[in-house]
Write a protein that binds this ligand. Sequence first.
Ligand code: NAP
Length: 235
Amino acid sequence: MNTTAPVSLVTGANRGIGLETARRLAGLGHTVLLCARRLGDAERAVAGLAPDVPGVLLPRRLDVTEDDGVRALARGVEADFGRLDVLVNNAAVNYDTSRRAVSVDLGEVGRTLDTNLFGPWRTAQAFLPLLRRSAHPRVVNVSSESGSLELMAGGTPAYGVSKAALNALTRKLADELRAERVLVNAVCPGWVATDMGGPGGGPVEEGAAGVVWAATLPDSGPTGGFFRDGKPLAW
Ligand code: NAP
């Protein structure tokens, strides 16, 4: 499948901010690999969006905790497109507002890190060879103000630590890839009314806007930053 359109991959895109990000990127004409843990969820999401967008939406199965699955998808994208232009690491779990760092079960913390930190890390590693073949490679790590050390308070321990670590990973990757012109940024979507965010947050359109901004930065754009709505956030 040869395409001159940008090829974008969004993890956890069957619902919430990931789904809206996939919709927006397809609306910009990207070929979007809409990924979900279950292929059926990805297929249903694509079927729900497809009539509305000019780009191509392709459903793909991806559980970011599975090494073999992530590598297999990278091989598939290589076979289909030979490159990847945009990687949006959106999938995350466990906004653990009822937990405290003094008592949280560390097994739960480990499972949270496996998705929220190691998920983006293993996905970035697996797709880096394909990103390096892009003329304008972008990586967006969907983070949270919960991961800001400057604002860090007690509570939400597994989630907050996972996002602080994701921010650190963002800076590591950005610095190591700066010379290769791969722009890597962390984005907080703000409080959004999704299954994770719960009622009271803003619409997904607003949350996804900053993610799409970072996914479509010009070559002169920033790398190694932490942003909300395109504006820097405190680390
Ligand atoms: P959401 O509605 O709960 O959606 C999370 C998505 O991640 C779902 O598609 C889920 O798939 C997927 N996912 C979970 N574990 C996965 C795994 N192992 N492999 C692949 N996909 C997996 O959450 P959201 O509110 O859209 O959040 C999206 C991102 O924004 C997250 O990184 C979150 O931390 C961040 N964020 C959200 C808010 C907010 O207020 N909503 C605020 C700050 C940051 P299933 O359907 O299979 O579970």
